[in-house]
Design a protein around this ligand. Structure first.
Ligand code: DP6
Length: 359
């Protein structure tokens, strides 16, 4: 599908008001998106597990208005929040050609996360996908007769314009974004992984260790820009294609040892890109490294398939198969929680994507 196919042409603008509500999860990338071109087009393909417990719940109430400007208010966890407004305005500007009703209504956006706001967990993926889904439901309320496939693709397309990784949160269990030779894919939206997922990866577990709940020193948006003219950019983008091809085979064969190698290498490469850009920066903290070393020791000592991945931050996502859940949770409680801020961690697992709450 092309971008033009997502332009809403006809809608019933006589509808006075209504409200819709969605819950949308976060996701954790196995092959990392790092580097983008204009219009939120990724420089390389990525793939992520959709999560289950870490999600944003957003209700959008729309009321017909006369003026032709954008008009909206954001309430976060029940309180009016002006800090989110610039992000939402930018999002509206990027998507208005595709959902032209944005100028016909006043929008009240009520949003909340299931995870603590100051946990250092990226809420842009769950937040932007939830908002995009609400706009899609409004599009339907205004008379569009979208098929489920079109609905999901356009929701992902809109979410991408809010935040790249958000386009991977609409469906589960694994979503690919970015054109590549190994899987069905697009640069414009995420697509459910088309391979046959081996049972070893069903209900994969992700425990998020909250090493640093503070604001990051460098945002992802700035980080992506630093891939322009980065000395290793070409090799990195090629490597992501290779790793995705390898990972596809592994996801189908169930080879957990190979999975661990690809996923950890991707996480460390992401941070290596940050450390070798100009300006360079480090988002890992001493406790991030302590945890990584502990995970490696545990893996060898217990012949385990535990591994880690990292986002653009200091927190560690501990990934493991469901059949190792009991022993690994014990290990996390007894040995890793000590490296987390206030001992905090969040247990999550792979999920099936966003859910409509009210229409
Ligand atoms: C490191 O999606 O947050 O988490 O498109 O600028 O909003 P923007 O960036 P964002 O970048 C996330 C990068 C990452 C890797 C990933 O999720 O693939």
């Amino acid at each position: 599908m092309r971008a033009e196919d997502f332009i809403l042409k006809n809608y019933n603008s006589s509808i006075e008001n209504g409200s819709v509500k969605w819950s949308s999860p976060s996701n954790i990338a196995l092959i990392k998106y790092w580097g983008k071109r204009e219009n939120q087009i990724p420089e390389n393909p990525s793939i992520s597990f959709t999560l289950s417990n870490c999600k944003t719940i957003t209700e959008v109430t729309y009321t017909k208005k006369e003026t032709s400007d954008f008009s909206f208010e954001v309430h976060f966890e029940g309180k009016k929040n002006e800090a989110f407004e610039p992000k939402i305005r930018t999002f509206f500007e990027r998507v208005e050609d595709y959902v032209p009703f944005l100028r016909d209504y006043h929008f009240k956006i009520d949003t909340a996360n299931t995870f603590p706001h100051s946990s250092g967990i990226a809420s842009s993926a769950s937040g932007m996908s939830a908002l995009a889904l609400c706009l899609m439901s409004i599009e339907q309320e205004l008379g569009a007769d979208d098929t489920l496939d079109y609905f999901n693709k356009k929701a992902s397309f809109l979410a991408r314009l809010g935040s790249g990784s958000a386009c991977r949160s609409i469906e589960g269990e694994l979503v690919v974004w970015g054109q590549n030779e190994s899987t069905e894919s697009s640069d414009l939206y995420g697509i459910k992984f088309d391979g046959d997922l081996h049972p070893n990866f069903k209900n994969y577990q992700d425990t998020i260790l909250l090493v640093d709940k503070g604001e990051k020193q460098v945002s992802s948006t700035v980080g992506h820009k630093l891939m322009f003219g980065h000395p290793f950019a070409t090799q990195r983008f090629a490597q992501a294609h290779d790793n995705l091809a390898k990972l596809k085979t592994v996801l189908e064969s169930g080879d957990l040892k190979a999975f661990v190698k690809i996923v950890e290498s991707e996480a460390l490469t992401l941070h290596a890109m940050m450390m070798t850009s100009i300006p360079y920066f480090i988002l890992m903290k001493p406790n991030t490294l302590q945890i990584i070393n502990k995970i490696w020791e545990f893996r060898v000592a217990n012949n385990s398939n535990i591994c880690f991945t990292l986002d653009a931050g200091a927190n560690v996502h501990v990934l493991y198969p469901e059949n190792e859940k009991d022993s690994i949770l014990e290990f996390i409680k007894n040995e890793l929680a000590a490296y987390c801020q206030n001992g905090h961690f969040i247990t999550d697992h792979v999920g099936n994507g966003a859910e409509l709450i009210k229409k």
